[in-house]
Design a protein around this ligand. Structure first.
Ligand code: UDP
Length: 162
């Protein structure tokens, strides 16, 4: 079986990343996955799905009172997306750093949003913003059995034990 016991060190974090419909339509999936992979995070789950509006309302529930909420849910359910879980030391903060600021106008060059997009409502990718919300979001998007435990040969070349 390719499913190993979860030997993830306790200092590891996991983060939920979504390639949004604009990213998939613009053929940016390879580019986006590469950035997480090349930084050194480990992919432990991925699926191409078309999420329902109801599911997205749950995902973005904390933003329900924002004026952009309806447009956000409509946009996010307008086509397929790729939902992913990446893991590694400080995966949540590293993921946010790879992605860049929410508004691409504020996102630094070298980040996904700083390099690949223009406007806040078409900002290519989602990433969990805290360890707590990552846990909640991973549970919302993936069943436990969908997380694949695997030992990556470069583990010790990327991560140090604390
Ligand atoms: N968003 C928007 N208009 C805004 C702020 C946010 O359309 O003024 C969208 C944008 O796509 C963003 C998402 O709502 O990625 C979620 O907002 P959040 O503040 O959680 O930003 P994120 O965590 O994605 O950087």
């Amino acid at each position: 079986s390719y499913l190993f016991k979860d030997k993830r060190p306790s200092w590891f974090e996991r983060t939920l990343v979504i390639l949004k419909p604009d990213g998939l339509q613009r053929a940016l999936s390879g580019e986006v996955l590469s950035r997480f992979e090349q930084r050194g995070l480990q992919l432990v789950a991925a699926k191409l799905i078309r999420p329902s509006a109801a599911h997205l309302k749950q995902h973005y529930w904390e933003l329900r009172d924002k004026p952009f909420f309806t447009n956000l849910v409509t946009f996010m359910s307008s086509g397929p997306i790729i939902a992913m879980v990446w893991q590694g030391t400080d995966a949540v903060a590293i993921g946010r750093a790879i992605i860049g600021a929410t508004d691409p106008m504020d996102a630094l060059p070298g980040t996904i949003r700083g390099d690949l997009c223009i406007t806040v409502g078409r900002n290519v990718v989602h990433g969990s913003d805290s360890v707590e919300s990552a846990k909640h979001e991973i549970d919302l998007w993936f069943k436990p059995a969908e997380l694949v435990m695997w030992e990556r040969c470069c583990h010790d070349w990327v991560f140090e034990s604390p």
